[in-house]
Design a protein around this ligand. Sequence first.
Ligand SMILES: *Cc1c(COP(=O)(O)O)cnc(C)c1O
Length: 452
Amino acid sequence: MASNGNIHNEDNIQALTEHNLPTRTKDAFQPNAKALPAHFSSFSQSTKSIHADDPLNLLADVAPPIHTSTTFRYSHNPADLKPFRAADRPDKLLPFYQDTTEHVYSRVTTHSTSRLEAIMEQIIGAPCVTYSSGLSSLHALLCYLKPKRVSIGDGYHGSHGVLRLHTRLHGLQLLPLDCPASDLEHGDLILLETPVNPYGLAFDISAYAAKAHSRGAYLLIDSTFAPPPLQDPFAHGADCIMHSGTKYLGGHSDMLCGVLSIRTDLAPTWIPQLLEDREFMGAVMGSLEGWLGVRSVRTMELRVLRQSQSTDLIVTTLHAALTGKVLPNSRLDAQDIVPIKKVLKNIYHASLQAHDPDTAAWLTKQMPNGFGPVFSIELHNEALARTLPSKLFLFHHATSLGGVESLIEWRTMSDASVSRGLLRVSIGIEAWEDLLGDLIQAFRLLVEEFKL
Ligand SMILES: *Cc1c(COP(=O)(O)O)cnc(C)c1O
């Protein structure tokens, strides 16, 4: 049948088909995609994170393949070709990433980033758009909402950098987080970071939701410090959630990523425009980062729960030593208490806020599964804070957080606004006893060196 030996000849392709060899029609390439069961949304976070992208798994591979192509072939069937019309874009149906055989160009969608969006939508429970970084996702949201005013507290300094850009571009006004509600107007935005950088202290999401909504303003939660399963801001009235996916979604200190998730009833209007804007800003995740993201969110629930539990144990133990209330089954003996008290002046973490009954009333509802893996310590003076990281074996002295490796940062290295005695700690997946022991041996060395 293959009379002229030319593989591109249409007759030959027809002939190959008759012999059950692969054809160039798209059906032949997706025999393995599996649909999700109807009750999928009732599954646990880990089950969802392993299976939410099954419908996008077009090949026989169990582990997702790495795709690096920037461009994707159109259909070979002339009848399927749909010329581009910009007006089509806003009508795109949700979820947008299920158009998986329709990838065109990697500034629009890619296999890996679409899979990551599918997983994040199931985990968060609302549509998600991924970005090249946490800050580019914040920039994208501000471009979309065009608020005249943003009410914001202290917190991650980079977010303030993005706001300054908008002040420069079009006069965006900044209001303090505790401004009177009457200062906010329709279409304005409250940006609430909780737990907040660098202290790991929490704010009441429902109180800020009520304040925003009383004025027709929106509430954005920067939930980077409390990824799923620690906190569900939508359950407490948030309109939009932002994650620096660089932190716990990535979890291995090796990729940049941002995620915006939009409340389900707002998503059909917000998401199509956010997608179009993202295409023209070019603020997409790289294909390799998307692949790393899928690999990483698979284990997010395991990592984050362990990291948060370890943090609670370390913080509780240090705080008890500091306040003279040694816990009955504490790992510490009397000799450990002395160096802790000589070096440590204060410790900050949402778990300690829960000691106040009024705060505990909302905080334990808002963070039922743990208070997050980041806390801060203040030492008695600047020299101690500058030196502590050099005495530790198990903590890297570096900025950022959220990875499997424990990090400590003399915070003034990257944030000019904090006390020179402050160190921020990000707990990894090492055993908490090992980490606590490492901190205490370092405190002892400081006591010797500084003759405290
Ligand atoms: C890291 C971080 C960001 C910025 O995210 P990038 O991915 O670095 O752009 C924003 N908010 C918080 C709370 C962060 O920790």
